[in-house]
Design a protein around this ligand. Sequence first.
Ligand SMILES: NC(=O)c1ccc[n+]([C@@H]2O[C@H](COP(=O)([O-])OP(=O)(O)OC[C@H]3O[C@@H](n4cnc5c(N)ncnc54)[C@H](OP(=O)(O)O)[C@@H]3O)[C@@H](O)[C@H]2O)c1
Length: 308
Amino acid sequence: MVLQTHVQINTGALIPSIGLGTWQAKPGEVQNAVCFAIKNGYRHIDAALIYGNEHEVGQGIRDSGVPREDIFITSKLWNTHHPNVAEGLEQSLAALGTDYLDLYLVHWPVRLVPNESSALLPVNPDGTRSIDRSWDMNETWRQMEEVYKTGKVKAIGVANWSIPYLEDLRKSWTIVPAINQVELHPFLPQHALREYCDNLGIRLAAYSPLGSTGAPLMSDSQIQAMADKYGVPPATILISYHVNKGVVVIPKSVSEARIASNREVVSLSEEDLVELDAMAANGKAKRVNTPLWGFDLGFDDWYGPIKA
Ligand SMILES: NC(=O)c1ccc[n+]([C@@H]2O[C@H](COP(=O)([O-])OP(=O)(O)OC[C@H]3O[C@@H](n4cnc5c(N)ncnc54)[C@H](OP(=O)(O)O)[C@@H]3O)[C@@H](O)[C@H]2O)c1
C-alpha cells in the first residue's frame, strides 16, 4: 500500500498526514521540539490557546528558517471564547506570531464563562466548572464561518464533537467542518463517528494516538507483538495505523529521537489493520481524555465522570 503523505480536506487544501502535537510540552521544551521537528521534515504543527505555549511554538517555527507558508498550523478556539471567536483567534495569532492559521478548530462543544477565578479555566464558588450549558454551539459556528470569510483562517473545523453534536450543528452550518479532531487509537477506534464524518466529507484527525501522557498504549502486548513483527517501535504501529487509513495524526513529543522516529511509518497489512480495528471490541476499549465538563458529550463510549 502506498502511504499518503497528505490528507485532502474539503477546502481542497492538503494537510501533512503527520503533525507534531504540543500539549503538555513544558516551558522551555516546545520551542526546540518544534524547530527540530520542522528541520527534520515535519510541516504540520498542532497548537491551541489553552496549551499556554503558543508563543514558544511560534518561535520554534521561526527558528526553523522554513517559510511560514510551507507549514500547516492548526490552533483551537478555547472554551471561554465561544461568544467572541474573533478575539480568541487574535490571541492565538498574536502568540504564534502569524497573520493566519491553516486550520482553526472549536476545541470542545463546551462553553466556559470566565470569572475572577480564572480567565481560561473558571470555576464556580463551589469548585465546579463555570459552564454555560445553555450556550448555542450554532452561534459559535456562525462566528467561525465569519472568521473564515476574513481569510485569517484557511479552514475551520471542530474537535471532540460526537455525532449528536454534529447533527445539531448541521441544522445551521453553511460551511461543513473540514476536520473533527478526536481521541483516536486502537482502544478507541470510533468506527461510527468515522463513518458519519466520511459521509459528510469531514476528515478525522487523531489526537492522543499513543494514549497520551506516558504513551500507555505502547505497552500493550498485541501492539508490542505487531511492532516486533515489523521490526519497529510500538509507537510506529500506533501512528502508522492512522496513516494507513488516511487519517491525520498528531503525536506529541519533545524528545528529538522520538520526534524523528514518529515520522517513520510503515505499511500495515489488511489483516493487521483489522486486528487493530477490533482491539476495542475485543475488550480493550478505553478513552484516556475525560475532562470534567460536567455532562455527557454524546460519544457512545463516553464514560467519563459526569460531575463537574
Ligand atoms: N483537541 C483536543 O482536545 C486534544 C486533546 C489531546 C491532545 N490533542 C493534541 O494531540 C496531541 C497528541 O496527543 P497527546 O499529547 O495527548 O498524546 P500522545 O501523542 O498520544 O502521547 C504523548 C506522550 O507519548 C510520549 N511519546 C511520544 N512519542 C513517543 C515514542 N516514540 N516513544 C515513547 N513515548 C513517546 C510523549 O513523551 P515525550 O514528549 O517525552 O516524547 C508523551 O508522554 C497533543 O499534543 C495535542 O496537540 C488535542
